[in-house]
Design a protein around this ligand. Structure first.
Ligand code: PAF
Length: 313
């Protein structure tokens, strides 16, 4: 296995120098950004990257900037040595970028705050800077796309994601970056950010990878009890039925929505949202007569799961 062991790089200048030397040698470089605790879903992103690029960098960094103080940063699962073992076994990864910290230090804030300039509740992450201090304070916001779907209940999430992905692009300087379409809104937001601020990075959206019983793979699945996991199968079941209904002519979003809500609630899930939106703009539709994606976020016990299904009309 040692031959397949990727090089582990912790320092951002070393990472940039490594990438530049590969690119100087004429190699194309793909980045697969992750927060670790790797599963088959991540390995499939890596395979996709490998099929279109010479050199693969996987980043492993649990980004405090995308967690609100009330969210699960402290309990986010991690297994760095396990991750390295999986990458060595899978092969094909040349370097793992695992920085200790990518933000200039500020102090933690534990509460939501008000920011008069936005006239709304200000998004505060786990690393917000001290007022008047010199910690990190630059954020990328994809203003409209970040607001709907998961953005409604996770106000800091997408500015944290966009910011860390931009930082990773600046450090790793990839030609290609691969993201999973399970995080559909995240993928669309990254595409929009890349277009809007002219990153020279090609973004690939990779199809959702599911367990044999249909549950979308997620690092959070380990937190489900066996009963919750069984109940969570209602998510994919309801999405599959909804797609079939839509393809058979049921085009009222409301009725498709009701069908999904009913199935998930019957199984004991607590709905955060079910929305049927246009695939690129993520604008909700009343009738399904263009390419849409049905996005859901559901709680089973203390675990919030997201999933989606695309319908190409
Ligand atoms: O999808 C994830 O794991 C994260 O949001 C990402 C893209 C690695 C940014 O931290």
């Amino acid at each position: 296995m040692a031959a397949n062991r990727p090089e582990v790089i912790r320092d951002k200048s070393d990472m940039r120098a490594w990438s530049r030397s590969e690119k100087y040698r004429g190699k194309t470089l793909a980045l697969v950004p992750t927060m670790g605790f790797l599963h088959q879903g991540h390995l499939s992103l890596i395979r996709e990257a490998k099929s279109i690029s010479d050199v693969i960098v996987v980043s492993i960094y649990v980004n405090p900037g995308q967690f609100a103080p009330s969210e699960d940063l402290a309990t986010y699962p991690s297994d760095f040595h396990g991750d390295l073992r999986k990458l060595a076994e899978a092969g094909g990864v040349d370097a793992v970028f695992c920085p200790k910290n990518l933000y200039e230090s500020g102090i933690e804030r534990k509460k939501m705050d008000k920011d008069p300039s936005f006239g709304e509740e200000k998004a505060v992450s786990c690393l917000e800077k001290e007022e008047g201090g010199d910690g990190h304070e630059t954020w990328i916001r994809v203003e409209r796309l970040e607001k709907g779907l998961c953005g409604k209940s996770r106000p800091v999430f997408f500015r944290g994601v966009a910011t860390i992905v931009a930082k990773l692009f600046n450090i790793v300087e990839p030609d290609i970056a691969v993201f999973g379409k399970k995080d559909y809104q995240q993928w669309r937001i990254i595409c929009r950010m890349v277009r809007d601020i002219d990153f020279a990075v090609k973004i690939i959206g990779s199809e959702i990878v599911r367990e044999a019983d249909g549950l979308a793979m997620s690092s959070r699945n380990v937190h489900l009890s066996p009963e919750e996991r069984e109940k969570a199968l209602s998510i994919n079941r309801s999405l599959t039925k909804a797609k079939s209904a839509a393809l058979h002519g049921q085009n009222s979003s409301q009725e498709i929505n009701d069908l999904i809500v009913q199935e998930i609630c019957d199984a004991g899930g607590r709905i955060d949202y079910v929305e049927i939106v246009e695939q690129e703009s993520l604008v909700p539709v009343e009738n399904i007569n263009c390419p849409v994606v049905i996005c859901v976020a559901v709680w089973f016990g203390n675990v919030r799961l997201i999933d989606n299904i695309e319908i190409k009309m």
